[in-house]
Every structure is written in structure tokens, then in C-alpha cells.
Design a protein around this ligand. Structure first.
Ligand SMILES: NC(=O)c1ccc[n+]([C@@H]2O[C@H](COP(=O)([O-])OP(=O)(O)OC[C@H]3O[C@@H](n4cnc5c(N)ncnc54)[C@H](O)[C@@H]3O)[C@@H](O)[C@H]2O)c1
Length: 361
């Protein structure tokens, strides 16, 4: 790897932007060189904190030659537009989750990155944890025998103040969904990464507590392509909020995780190992986030650029969680009917893929 550092910029200096600034500063191979936010005060605050130039105009930002890679940290429904502009300006992209909120726009991002020969990487920081990687290796390596069940429970709490903290939050147009598309997308991605693709799903999405447009609670039954079954639950409306629980069971073993920790490792022929989970993570506080994963993503994209290899989570991988969530929304709208994946191209519908928001509550 060359000693030259990749000049990095951030678009969006709200809640997660500062995490990227810290991650870029700490990551090998990257150097923060500029930040951008349409709200001058936010751009100024972050720019001054890291002693880098700040701008409010994305075109001015993308015209900077010292910016070689960008972190996209804007509301989810703006990601594609900004990623495509970045790709066309020749910048590599690290995009926050979800990549965007429609499959059509995600596909356009992936195409723009390929057409402009830049890397597109998605953020799913739970994949970078050694514990997650160990679980995946065990499951994929056959340690659990025939995999029977793969479940993920995300029973979170988000306050009224959280929803009121940004006009885009919990809107179909910019958040693209609620407990699943915003908070739950992490667990959906992790379950898919560990278990493999889903063949069919049925689910129910409801708005049970919060006065928001999108679902605050969702439950889905999944059938994985490998034949295993599983349950996905996501809510932002329970008190006090619990660590994400991921459980995989096979005929020769079981593994359970709570947040970042493996809490049960029970595999035939191996001594049982258990550990106490150290914290609930973002179960009740969305800012209770470490920069470990983001730093890993930044360093990985730097290496991918210098070695000209794909990043660890390329666009098509980050797309999968959004596709499954869209399928759950579609199922919910159709009263829990089973939906096959991959989602079929819908020539007659309003878009390429089924337009999938739940019905009015
Ligand atoms: N990986 C994680 O754990 C994690 C955690 C929080 C948020 N996120 C994701 O990060 C994204 C942002 O979330 P947030 O909570 O930081 O939101 P936020 O509202 O706090 O910040 C978004 C920022 O983008 C700015 N912005 C809006 N339009 C812009 C434009 N056209 N050009 C430049 N800046 C613009 C806003 O002014 C705001 O400062 C979302 O996609 C969210 O899902 C990820």
C-alpha cells in the first residue's frame, strides 16, 4: 500500500457526520480534507473542530481536487442523488446505511460508480466486529451442522424527541420506513450476511405507539435459501429497549449474540463458552455508538482504492438488506402474504420494483 493518504470529505454534518470525522482521522490511509452541509452552522462547527475547510454547496465541495473519497451522511433518501454526483466527479464513496430507500435509486448508484470507475462501499459496522465474523465463520463453516433457525430481535426504544429531532425522520420520502428501514436495517444485514439470502418472507408492519408516518414495529417470518427458517422483529417502541439479539441454531450447535457480544457458544464437541454482554449499544440511545466499525470501513475503502479491489461491503451487498425490508413492507401491505425474493421487476407498476409501503394504518 502506498504511503500517500486518501483525501476524504464528508457530506452531511449532523448526528453521524462527526463519527465519520473521528473515524477518518483515526483510520490508516485517510485524511479528512473538507466537510459539507447545507446548514452552514453545522458545516462550520465540524470544519472548525477538525481545522478543515467547510462548504455549503455540494458542487463546490465535489469540485475540490483534494477530495478523493466522500462519506455520505445525509438523510437516507438523498444518498443516491449525492452518490451519483460524487461518482460523476470521480470520488470514491462510503455511504451510510441504508444505501438509499428505493432499489431503483440504489441500482442507479451502483451503475454510476461502475461507469465512473470509483468504489462504492456501504456502512454496516456490525459486520466489522470480530464477534460477528466469528459467528459467520462458524455458521458458514458448518460448525452448527444443518442450520435450522436464524433469528434477529431488535427491540429498541426511540423517544418522541428523537423523532422530532429532524424533519426527515420517520417519513416515507426520506427515511423510507421506520423500525426496519432505519434502525433494524443493521440486524437485517447481519442476519443475511451470516445466514445467506432469503428465498421468501411474510411480515406485518404496524404503527403501534408513535405518531409517525412509518412503522414503529415489524415482525417477519423468513425462509432462507439454505432451507433454514427464522424470525425478524424490529421495534422502536418498547421500554426500556434491549440489545440486539441474534440467534442461530443448527442440529449440532447454537450461537447467540447480544449486541456486539457472543453470549452463547454451544457446539457439539466444543466446550461451551458464554460471555456476558457488556452493553445494550444503541438500544435506547442512537448516539451510544463506537467509532470502531466506521474506522474499519474507512481503512478498508482506502485499501480497496490503493489495491484496486472491491471494498468489503460493495454496493450490491449493501443493497440486500433494503430489498428484504421492501419485501416485508410489500407482504404487510398484502396482509402477510408470502413474497418471493429477489423482488421481481414490475413493468406494469409505478416503478421498476413493486411500490412497497404499508397501507394507511
Ligand atoms: N451507521 C449508523 O449506525 C448510523 C447512525 C446514525 C445515522 N446513520 C445514517 O446516517 C444518515 C444521516 O443520519 P443523521 O442521524 O446523521 O441525520 P441528521 O439529520 O442528524 O444529519 C443529516 C445532515 O445532512 C445535512 N444535509 C441535508 N441535505 C443536505 C444536502 N443536500 N447537502 C449537504 N448536507 C445536507 C443536514 O443539514 C444534516 O446536518 C442516515 O442515512 C442514517 O440512516 C447511520
Amino acid at each position: 500500500m502506498s504511503n500517500e493518504r486518501i483525501g476524504w470529505g464528508i457530506i452531511g454534518c449532523g448526528v453521524i457526520g462527526p463519527w465519520h470525522a473521528q473515524a477518518i482521522t483515526g483510520a490508516e490511509g485517510a485524511e479528512l480534507v473538507a466537510v459539507c452541509d447545507i446548514v452552514e452552522q453545522k458545516a462550520k462547527k465540524l470544519g472548525e473542530e477538525y481545522s478543515v475547510p467547510y462548504v455549503t454547496d455540494i458542487n463546490e465541495f465535489l469540485a475540490r481536487e483534494d477530495v478523493q473519497a466522500v462519506s455520505i451522511c445525509t438523510p437516507s433518501g438523498m444518498h443516491a442523488e449525492q452518490a451519483i454526483a460524487a461518482a460523476e466527479a470521480g470520488k470514491h464513496i462510503l455511504c451510510e446505511k441504508p444505501l438509499d430507500i428505493t432499489l431503483e435509486r440504489i441500482d442507479a448508484m451502483i451503475e454510476a460508480a461502475a461507469a465512473n470507475n470509483v468504489k462504492l462501499a456501504g456502512v454496516f459496522q456490525r459486520r466489522t466486529l470480530p464477534s460477528s465474523q466469528r459467528v459467520r465463520e462458524a455458521v458458514r463453516g458448518g460448525k452448527l451442522g444443518k442450520v435450522v433457525l436464524g433469528d434477529c430481535y431488535q427491540k429498541y426504544y426511540r423517544s418522541h424527541e428523537y423523532y422530532a429531532s429532524g424533519e426527515w425522520r420517520a417519513t416515507w420520502d426520506l427515511d423510507g420506513g421506520g423500525a426496519l428501514m432505519n434502525q433494524g436495517v443493521h440486524g437485517v444485514d447481519l442476519l443475511l450476511w451470516i445466514m445467506g439470502d432469503v428465498a421468501r418472507v411474510s411480515g406485518y408492519c404496524r404503527r403501534l405507539v408513535r405518531n409517525i408516518d412509518v412503522e414503529d414495529t415489524a415482525v417477519a417470518m423468513v425462509e432462507f435459501a439454505n432451507g433454514a427458517l427464522g424470525v425478524l422483529e424490529a421495534t422502536t417502541s418498547v421500554t426500556p429497549g434491549y440489545a440486539m439479539a441474534l440467534e442461530v441454531h443448527g442440529d449440532t450447535g447454537s450461537i447467540k449474540m447480544a449486541s456486539d457480544e457472543i453470549t452463547t457458544w454451544a457446539i457439539a464437541g466444543e466446550e461451551e463458552q458464554t460471555a456476558e454482554a457488556t452493553g445494550a449499544g444503541t438500544a435506547a440511545d442512537p448516539t451510544a455508538l463506537s467509532t470502531y466499525g466506521h474506522q474499519h470501513h474507512v481503512a478498508d475503502l482506502c485499501q480497496a482504492i490503493t489495491e484496486d479491489r472491491p471494498p468489503q461491503i460493495p454496493g450490491h451487498e449493501a443493497r440486500k438488506a433494503v430489498e428484504l425490508i421492501k419485501a416485508i413492507y410489500l407482504s404487510s401491505r398484502e396482509g402477510g402474504a408470502a413474497v418471493e425474493l429477489p423482488l421481481a421487476y414490475d413493468d406494469d407498476g409505478p416503478g421498476i420494483y413493486p411500490s412497497v409501503v404499508p397501507p394507511p394504518w
